[in-house]
Design a protein around this ligand. Sequence first.
Ligand code: NAG
Ligand code: NAG
Ligand code: NAG
Ligand code: NAG
Length: 422
Amino acid sequence: MDKVYFCILLLSCVLVACERTNSVYPLDTPALLQMYRLSRAWFFQTYGRNEQRSYSGKTGRVQEEIPSNVPFPCNVTGGRSAKVPDSVNRLRPGDIDVIAGMGDSLTAGHGLFARDLLESRIENRGASGAIGGERTWRTYLTLPNILKEFNPNLIGYALGDSQTIEPKSQLNVAEIGAISKDMPFMSKHLVDKMKNDSRIDINRHWKMISLLFGSNDFCTNICTDPPLSSVERHRTDLVEALRILRDNLPRTFVTVNVSPHLKILVDANKERFSLKCYLLSNLQCPCLFGTQYKNRREEYYDLISRWQEVEEEVVAYPEFHKNDFTVVALPTLKRIQLPLAEDGLADPSYLSSDCFHVSQKTNALYANGLWNNLLEPVGNKTNHTYPIYERFLCPTEDRPFFMTRENSPNNNEFRTSQKKNN
Ligand SMILES: *[C@@H]1O[C@H](CO)[C@@H](O)[C@H](O)[C@H]1NC(C)=O
Ligand SMILES: *[C@@H]1O[C@H](CO)[C@@H](O)[C@H](O)[C@H]1NC(C)=O
Ligand SMILES: *[C@@H]1O[C@H](CO)[C@@H](O)[C@H](O)[C@H]1NC(C)=O
Ligand SMILES: *[C@@H]1O[C@H](CO)[C@@H](O)[C@H](O)[C@H]1NC(C)=O
């Protein structure tokens, strides 16, 4: 099986190589795109649809199921406003009617349950931390599965394994391999998709949209672009994408989920060396894993940190904060740490079988962190992950709303420093 996978990988490398030399993507020709889609559909049919997952527990890559006698951690009474709020600064968790997400393979749920390399190509969108809604929080901790407890009528989350063009993907428009440059296009596509959806009342429903981009830029672009240029282009792309959302979608709460720092992946693979992981990481992430760039790794780590800061800076621009629209940065992945195994090294069950993507358990950590971030004040949001359910915040009488730039206390220092920058 793994041999087939290596062939596929090789083919992808050839495609990537073409992409580097031409400014036109080979997939941009309609005939090739059609072929690519058909081959992926065939692949999903043959190897995918592992939603049965009777093996789930055995791989160790899946969170433990929470038994039905354990109640949901928060009291959900009063979690939805009696009257639909007008202000984005007075949103309770149950006020979100529609959820959507864009990003790359992390958001597409690439290989979350994979037992082998072939299955690692399946997109398990239903269990994706930011935008999956398969089953409930007891089986898969995801942000939509948490929000569903407050509002059972929530829509938009992905329903199961699927590609983005299939109905099960719902409003998860993430694509594997997506880079920062794709954000404006994806924003337009998402706006169209929402406006087309007969279930959505664009003016009345509150919408939450998450963005997560960066890993592919770090893996394949950061070492070929001039220093800092990818970071500054990211600023431009992000501003453009956010303006598209702001100008087309009333009543919208956007979260920019700060990119993970990929140093943890490099360290995890270094500590626990295996030839398979070495080869796969080199192929999938040459800039950070390739020996030819080893001397420049520290420089790339700095660029990734800078990228993360740029995301936080853009989110604070005053133009993105209106009465019915806001953007918040959620930094839980900024310094993500993989939990340790018994031998004291990073626990490989948090990674997928390709050693590079992540497993369902990491998505549960991520969802838990996003949820906490939403309830923490701006300027004091936790920038790392905790083990699943170790720290699970709940709305309180004093702080019943998702925290925004406007409703966060003690945020004056933060705002002053932003004003100086602008
Ligand atoms: C939940 O909160 C409501 C309103 O504050 C209260 O009446 C109820 O007793 C709480 N339920 C539990 C199980 O604590
Ligand atoms: C929206 O609907 C129109 C008409 O049904 C269709 O042509 C178009 O492709 C749809 N767009 C999206 C993004 O679904
Ligand atoms: C920031 O968060 C920490 C823990 O998350 C808390 O102890 C501290 O009081 C918070 N500070 C402010 C100013 O809210
Ligand atoms: C993470 O948060 C801590 C505590 O607020 C802060 O001291 C630290 O600088 C932050 N790190 C990054 C990379 O933002």
